[in-house]
Design a binder for this molecule. Structure first.
Ligand code: 5AD
Ligand code: SF4
Ligand code: FES
Length: 346
């Protein structure tokens, strides 16, 4: 049998691979289908056929950071900035409950307008609706993370973006890789479900460092891992760079599923942006979560991390129906639960 097919088998059975083996699989162009099928089997065995939907509220596109790849970076003057008031955010969460969501994800740039007091007000009011709350609002202090947790936040997403320290610090000027890791650690120690992830195909990113990303996720025992291809944005310094590859993103995702069988893995919007069936393909290659957008009106378009973002002209109601149909069409079901990670392996 082909050596790499054996590696896939080993990963499927033992949920473990050495760095060199991961690199081997990422470089291999022939065993992709087998890899995706194995990830799909492991997904089915450990997290089942249910797909967890998380309603995404993009509540502010104002950001004090300047990440090279991102359209919301502070130096970008070509995007009209907006922020929703606390009550508007609570209102969107209420609508999310109406659409049947059991989790909302509150995402924004790093916007200091939302003080701890404001966030506590938002979180406690949404919590009254008996849904899970995920925050995705960037780097904060331990005290701030603690305050949000005490107010009722359940999960926190903060991608490491890349574990190549030099690349990280080149891509995110003024930010420190060590600080990023400290945030992840702090969140874990406070009892959050911790979500992280990476970009695939950043300029100068090596296959080896993608293998390190995968091993990092396993090492910290991440509860959610979201990743997608880097998509060049016209309004950023990386405008002329080559974007990430769909298949490579899918392979990284599939290997993560093999090595971390019971973690939650979203089929991301960026995947669908570069492949028109990207989320469904991802759901059939290891993913078990989708995060439909529940932001309303022109704000969807203004939350312009990268170009070509899907669903910018659609309503929350439409997206909810659309994704439900797609999930059913591949024989899967929409989960009725809050979708916390259930530990099934040691
Ligand atoms: N292409 C793909 N993903 C991007 N993100 C930001 N900019 C881009 C881009 N140009 C991702 C980052 C961030 C998440 C919210 O969006 O990984 O963590
Ligand atoms: Fe801000 Fe996040 Fe974009 Fe970086 S990736 S510029 S922190 S919104
Ligand atoms: Fe938004 Fe399909 S999920 S249009």
């Amino acid at each position: 049998m082909n050596k790499n097919l054996e590696l896939i088998k080993k990963a499927e059975n033992k949920h473990d691979l050495y760095r060199d083996e991961i690199i081997e699989l990422l470089k291999d162009g022939y065993c992709n289908e087998e890899l995706f099928k194995a990830a799909d089997r492991v997904r089915k065995e450990y997290v089942g056929d249910e797909v967890h939907l998380r309603g995404l509220i993009e509540f502010s596109n104002i950001c004090k950071r300047n990440c090279m790849y991102c359209g919301l970076r502070r130096s970008n003057k070509n995007v009209k900035r907006y922020r929703l008031t606390p009550d508007e955010i609570i209102d969107l969460a209420k609508k999310a409950v109406g659409y049947g969501y059991k989790t909302v994800v509150m995402q924004s740039g790093e916007d200091e307008y939302y003080t701890v007091e404001k966030l506590k007000y938002i979180i406690t009011n949404i919590k009254k609706m008996d849904i899970a709350i995920t925050l995705s609002i960037g780097e904060k202090t331990m005290e701030e993370y603690k305050a949000y947790k005490e107010a009722g936040a359940d999960r926190y997403l903060i991608r490491i973006e890349t574990t190549d320290k030099k690349l990280y610090e080149d891509m995110d000027p003024g930010m420190s890789y060590e600080d990023r890791k400290r945030c992840l650690k702090a969140l874990g120690s406070l009892g959050y479900e911790v979500g992280t992830g990476c970009l695939v195909g950043l300029p100068g990113q090596s296959i080896e460092s993608l293998a390190d990303d995968i091993l990092f996720f396993k090492e910290i025992g991440a509860d959610m891992i979201g990743l997608g291809p880097f998509i060049p944005n016209e309004d950023t310094p990386l405008a002329k760079e080559k974007g990430g590859d769909f298949n490579m993103s899918l392979k990284v995702m599939a290997i993560i599923r093999l090595l971390m069988p019971d973690t939650n893995i979203p089929a991301t919007t960026a995947m669908e942006t570069i492949n028109k069936n990207g989320r469904i393909i991802a759901l059939q290659s290891g993913a078990n979560v989708v995060m439909p957008n529940i932001t309303e009106g022109e704000y969807r378009k203004l939350y312009a991390l990268y170009p070509g973002k899907i669903c910018t002209g659609d309503t929350p109601d439409h997206c909810r129906g659309c994704i439900t149909e797609k999930i059913k069409s591949i024989g899967r079901t929409v989960s009725e639960s809050k979708g916390f990670r259930i530990h099934r392996c040691s």
